[in-house]
Design a protein around this ligand. Structure first.
Ligand SMILES: *Cc1c(COP(=O)(O)O)cnc(C)c1O
Length: 372
């Protein structure tokens, strides 16, 4: 019986995808292809067009998300390439609160006239549906960074597709282990590989995956000619991280659920946002189509922004730093960044739960909260 990789669990695919073909003494791991150019006559030709390390990492992303994948020098490079496929003046509907880099980019596009941008409450399905007529692209980030709002992905994707609207999903927080937007009908799924997929806070990278040959060609062309390419070593590091992605993510999600529950009962905390909490406003929706609730949660402390900063500075295991998705837990007060949306509360702390023991993390959090 021949082996059908499409039946494998995602955790298996993360380990098996992107290996060189087996033969006597063939390499187990993809090579780090350090070449700016290639001998004439082959399909690649030049180092900005492709190499074997990218291909291996891209196979692994495709094994998780479906479709065909392209890696980029960062998540933002991938997002910029995705927006670059839109005609001048195209209309985009996106969340009014989301990853600050995307909010900044959309604001710049809107001001220059490059794109018409309509920002909506992405968790309000009726509001999103009402904005769809005349839209060229629906950009869905779900759950959102940093407020963990959940968009009704299956319904919004099918409504947009029925209206002939392009749909792209930022799957960074959820990952393929939680939801697979291409299977729901989305045209493009984006990942900041920087986060959970690479998982060790040592590389920046992004990806786009699509089932459309036409979109693949234009996204690949955007990468070739914008030059937003990943370094071969970084691609190798990302692939190395992907090998343990399922293990790490599963552990982190489990701990996040425990910490969210305990934080919601802590006297110094006024609100916890985590779709896995039964009391969370997003829970009923999330449990319909999300297989996990992710490993990022946000909570508001009772007090001032300075109090929240003190909490972040007072941990000994958790590092006070931006970013997320690594084996090491990180937290920060999001409003310390001037580009963060003013609707994000001043005292909101985003916690990325890593792979440390959950009881050690809880002790660290309690110690930090005791300083206010
Ligand atoms: C980090 C992040 C990005 C941007 O990715 P980079 O790799 O930092 O460029 C995009 N979307 C979300 C949800 C993110 O968390």
């Amino acid at each position: 019986m021949s082996h059908d990789a499409s039946n494998e669990k995602l955790s298996t695919r993360a380990v098996t995808a992107g290996r060189p073909p087996r033969a006597g003494d063939s390499e187990l791991n993809a090579p780090i292809s350090l070449n700016s150019t290639f001998t004439a006559g082959g399909p690649i030709g030049y180092g900005r067009y492709g190499n074997d390390t990218w291909s291996a990492t891209e196979s692994a992303i495709s094994a998780l998300e479906g479709g065909r994948s392209l890696i980029f020098s960062s998540g933002m490079a991938a997002i910029t390439a995705a927006f670059s496929t839109l005609p001048w003046g195209a209309r985009v509907v996106a969340s009014n609160e989301g990853y600050s880099g995307v909010m900044t980019l959309l604001n710049q596009y809107s001001q220059s006239g490059r794109l018409k941008v309509s920002l909506v409450d992405i968790s309000n399905t009726d509001e999103v549906l009402a904005q769809l007529p005349g839209t060229d692209l629906l950009w869905l980030e779900s759950p959102t960074n940093p407020c963990l709002d959940v968009a009704e992905l299956p319904q919004l994707i099918s409504a947009a597709k029925a209206a002939g609207i392009l749909v792209m999903v930022d799957n960074t927080f959820a990952t393929a282990l939680t939801q697979r937007p291409l299977e729901m009908g989305a045209d493009v799924v984006m990942n900041s590989i920087t986060k959970f997929l690479s998982g060790h806070s040592d590389v920046l990278m992004g990806s786009l995956s699509t089932n459309s040959a036409e979109l693949f060609t234009s996204l690949e062309s955007a990468r070739k000619f914008n030059g937003s390419i990943a370094g071969p070593f970084e691609a190798w590091l990302a692939l190395r991280g992907i090998r343990t992605f399922a293990l790490r993510f599963t552990q982190s999600c489990k701990s996040a659920q425990v910490l969210a529950q305990r934080l919601s009962e802590h006297p110094k905390v006024s609100r916890v946002r985590y779709p896995g909490l039964v009391t969370d406003s997003q829970h009923e929706r999330a449990k319909k189509f999300m297989a996990t609730f992710g490993a990022v949660l946000s909570f508001e402390v009772i007090g001032s922004g300075a109090d929240a900063d003190r909490v972040c500075d007072s941990s000994e295991i958790i590092t006070h730093a931006t970013s997320l998705g690594g084996v090491e837990s990180l937290w920060e007060r999001r409003r310390r960044w001037p580009i963060e949306s003013p609707s994000v509360p001043e005292t909101l702390i985003r916690l990325s739960v890593g792979c440390e023991d959950v009881e050690d993390l809880w002790e660290d959090i309690q110690r930090a909260l005791s300083t206010i």
